[in-house]
Design a protein around this ligand. Structure first.
Ligand SMILES: *[C@@H]1O[C@H](CO)[C@@H](O)[C@H](O)[C@H]1NC(C)=O
Ligand SMILES: *[C@@H]1O[C@H](CO)[C@@H](O)[C@H](O)[C@H]1NC(C)=O
Length: 527
């Protein structure tokens, strides 16, 4: 346990006046701890309190956290797929700046460009203990691993839980490939296996730079994450170090592996959601117990539900993207419809964030970077530009000032990955491109470019069904503002002193496995 501050002060008084100054300074500016919980593929409607009329009770801990904190209702993931969203959260920058515009693969050689500076690096340099538990998906080889990107500790999976076979002691939903040791490992493309997992390289569980289990047991993963997170929280407090803990859970990404008797899609999804909620409850209890009033918990998602997984996908709530679904395409993950971007978000900091409040300020996952740095009193490097905004006024003082404009990058439709083709401007939203993601039925909806853009008014209809008429004055005003802002942003990126490009090349040797001759390997070191 930490020594009481008064005792510490007394001890150093005897040593030197200079030290007293340092210690009392540090006491005065006690740094807050940060816990970011990033759920995978969660739907806006999965949080009970976002849809009270449904009377679901899957997220009691998150509901309580919202009652004791702040619920953000117009908060968006920075991209509608995993790697670009995570890269933008950790850098505070759009993919066009940080280089990460689509997902890394099992055999990707590289990851988040090394020229990028992560939130963890900056906090680590500022004296924080930094840890990430869960899914990384920003490159798993050598210099790209979390330990080399600012995290003191890493425990989790290098990419998504459907990117590799797993131990299958029963069922997993939808079924994943079992690992077969008699066949050679292969990297299979998703195309050949429309449901389930698409690689026969055993899914590894990694601690720091070592594989500790491969293939991992999906059923035991939540327990292991929980223990690791508790260990981090308690040990950091015991050392009296401020900490930054990112818990990037495997929930709600398929395959889902809750322990339930009823294996219908709805029951499995609900049970997984309850499991995630339970994990949040445990983290919150640990934070309250160890450093209440000095620990901020920020719960959010990396992108919307994976609609093509049908009953194993989450709820978009009222954000059904009807314009797209009426044409047979998906309107959630991998799209810029609300279902792909609007994610359930709750921020909790007792004594600092007013309890039982909501805000409809337009915010983004990119705002975590500047907000957390601002609360920690750390300035980000000035040699590059950022897209996130400091939302501490919204969090702490009830201000309503979010983004004036927010761009959603293309994460799957026609055109170039990362292109900023959908724009929020207040309540309006302009689409330059639509289509591209599979619906439950398998239809993707034809990809279409729109110039002039389709513009929807989200206040008028959350379901994005009927765009504004081109001939109206309202349309002309918004279209002009959006076009001008888009030009400005592209110019801003073109003149940014530090723009990165990710290397997406692949090599089978880059797949994490200790023994390439065996499909299933178990080992304790990286080979
Ligand atoms: C993980 O790495 C950190 C240093 O980066 C080290 O302090 C810690 O002991 C390592 N943990 C394990 C279990 O290897
Ligand atoms: C929270 O706010 C809602 C609506 O503003 C109110 O109905 C409810 O009683 C409040 N709950 C608590 C615990 O203060």
């Amino acid at each position: 346990m930490a020594r009481p501050a008064s005792q510490l002060l007394l001890t150093v008084t005897l040593v030197s006046g200079l030290v007293i100054y340092t210690v009392s300074q540090r006491r005065a500016e006690k740094k807050p701890n940060f816990i970011i919980v990033l759920a995978d593929d969660i739907g806006w409607g999965d949080l009970d309190v976002n849809q009270p009329e449904k009377h679901t009770n899957n997220t009691p801990n998150l509901n309580k956290m919202a009652q004791q904190g702040l619920r953000l209702t117009d908060y968006h993931s920075p991209a509608s797929t995993c790697s670009p969203s995570r890269a933008a959260i950790l850098t505070g920058r759009y993919g066009l700046r940080n280089g990460v515009t689509h997902n890394f693969a099992v055999n990707s050689v590289a990851g988040l460009p090394l020229s990028e500076v992560t939130l963890a690096q900056l906090l680590q340099q500022a004296g924080y203990y930094t840890a990430v538990i869960g899914k990384w998906h920003l490159g798993h080889n050598g210099p790209y691993s979390p330990n080399n990107r600012g995290f003191d500790y890493y425990f989790g999976i290098p990419y998504s839980n459907d990117m590799g076979c797993t131990d299958t002691p029963g069922y997993d939903l939808p079924p994943c490939l079992p690992c077969v040791s008699s066949e050679p490992q292969v990297i299979r493309q998703r195309r050949s296996v429309p449901s389930g997992c698409y690689s026969k390289v055993g899914l590894p569980l990694v601690e720091n730079n070592s594989i500790v289990e491969q293939p991992l047991n999906l059923w035991a993963l939540t327990d292991k994450y929980r223990s690791a997170a508790l260990r981090i929280i308690h040990s950091a407090r015991a050392r009296a170090e401020p900490y930054f803990l990112l818990v990037a859970s495997a929930h709600m990404h398929v395959p889902l592996a809750p322990v339930v008797a009823d294996t219908s899609g709805e029951a499995v999804y609900a049970a997984s959601l309850q499991e995630l909620d339970g994990l949040v409850g445990v983290l919150k209890a640990a934070a309250d117990e160890t450093d209440k009033g000095n620990t901020l918990i920020w719960f959010t998602g990396d992108n919307g539900p994976w609609e093509e997984k049908c009953q194993f996908a989450g709820s978009v709530g009222p954000f059904t993207g009807k314009w797209q679904t009426s044409k047979g395409g998906g309107s959630a993950k991998r799209t810029t419809w609300e279902g792909g971007h609007r994610v359930p978000t709750v921020v909790y900091w007792p004594g600092r964030i007013p309890a039982n409040t909501t805000s409809s300020a337009l915010l983004s996952g990119m705002d975590i970077f500047p907000t957390v740095l601002s609360l920690a009193g750390v300035a980000p490097p000035a040699d590059r530009r950022y897209d996130g905004i400091d939302a501490s006024g919204v969090l702490l003082r009830g201000e309503q000032s979010g983004h004036e404009f927010l761009f959603h990058p293309n994460s799957g439709a026609a055109g170039k990955f990362g292109d900023l083709q959908t724009v929020r401007a207040g309540k309006h939203k302009a689409f330059y491109i639509t289509g591209g993601a599979a619906a439950c039925s398998g239809g993707t909806g034809q990809e279409q470019l729109h110039n002039p853009p389709l513009i929807f008014d989200l206040d008028r209809e959350e379901a994005e069904e009927t765009p504004l008429q081109f001939a109206t004055a309202e349309y002309r005003v918004i279209a002009e503002r959006v076009a001008r802002k888009r030009e400005e942003l592209l110019w801003d990126i073109a003149t940014d002193g530090s723009v990165s490009t990710a290397d997406y090349s692949q090599d089978e040797l880059a797949a994490p496995c200790c023994d390439r001759r065996e499909a299933v390997c178990r080992c304790h070191t990286v080979c």
